[in-house]
Design a protein around this ligand. Structure first.
Ligand SMILES: Nc1ncnc2c1ncn2[C@@H]1O[C@H](COP(=O)(O)OP(=O)(O)OP(=O)(O)O)[C@@H](O)[C@H]1O
Ligand SMILES: [Mg+2]
Length: 243
């Protein structure tokens, strides 16, 4: 589903170069639920942006669905993201002038679908996340937890096979965060591939595999000690040259 081969991403130039991701090789298998942990500044968000074609590597190869994103122009990358990937961010990234329904429907509207079709599905998704009564509210009329529920509904609008979440509970109190996480995992059916960044070890253990970043590199890549630990020997099916 996603394959990174010797991927590096540096920001800035000259004496101010920051190597955010350094020589990372990693394969995310379809249907897996991978959590990414690591200290602040260790390169987690940069890695997720590369996985979702929101950014391009300085060197190395990023393949999504077998396609090398370096060989795709910006329009093709946009299309790939819109059709194949649902994003959930810490600060929700909702459009302030749109209602909850319009925010949820946005990916489908941008893909050229009619307002009538998209409205129905957006309302269904809002109902699924328990926000039907807030569908005409704009983001500034919603709480943080409610905004994140809108963002989750939006991420699922195009029924993407891949969901990338960057600390989706990081800006919420722990109770709201727990509810949001259950909602996200419940909405993400077993067949979907999920990569989730978190600072919370309890959340990290909900994945089937935990990737730990340190200083731009993969420090460890191992099965989660949670209830869904793969059987002994399953490590061999997981590929990470940095592990
Ligand atoms: N656009 C940018 N320009 C310059 N430096 C950047 C940029 N984005 C990230 N960095 C730097 O790259 C490094 C990795 O950043 P990144 O956001 O990936 O870390 P992170 O692990 O997600 O941290 P956090 O847990 O705080 O979100 C940091 O040192 C950061 O300052
Ligand atoms: Mg980050």
């Amino acid at each position: 589903m996603i394959k990174l081969s010797n991927v590096s991403r540096a920001f800035g130039s000259g004496s101010k170069v920051v190597p955010a991701v350094r020589d990372v090789s990693l394969t995310i298998e379809p249907g897996s639920f991978v959590t990414v942990v690591g200290a602040s500044g260790s390169g987690k968000s940069t890695l997720l942006h590369l996985m979702g074609a929101l950014d391009r590597p300085t060197s190395g190869i990023v393949e999504i669905d077998g396609k090398d994103i370096a060989k795709m122009d910006d329009d093709a990358c946009t299309l790939l993201r819109r059709l194949r990937i649902g994003f959930v961010f810490q600060f929700f990234n909702l459009l302030p002038t749109l209602t909850a329904t319009e925010n949820v429907a946005l990916p489908a509207r941008l893909a050229g679908q009619s307002r009538a079709t998209t409205q129905k599905r957006a309302e269904e998704l809002l109902e699924r996340v328990g926000l039907a009564p807030r569908r005409t509210h704009r983001p500034d009329e919603l709480s943080g937890g409610e905004m994140q529920r809108v963002a989750i509904a939006r991420a699922l609008m195009m029924d993407p096979p891949l969901v990338l979440a960057d600390e989706p509970t990081g800006n919420l109190d722990s109770t709201t965060g727990a509810t949001i996480l259950e909602l996200l995992l419940g909405a993400v059916e077993a067949h979907r591939t999920v990569v989730l960044i978190t600072h919370d070890p309890a959340i990290a253990c909900k994945g089937t595999r935990i990737v730990t970043m340190a200083d731009g590199r993969i420090e460890s890549d191992r099965p989660s000690p949670g209830p869904s630990v793969p059987p002994a020997g399953a490590m061999g099916t997981m590929t990470s040259s940095n592990a």
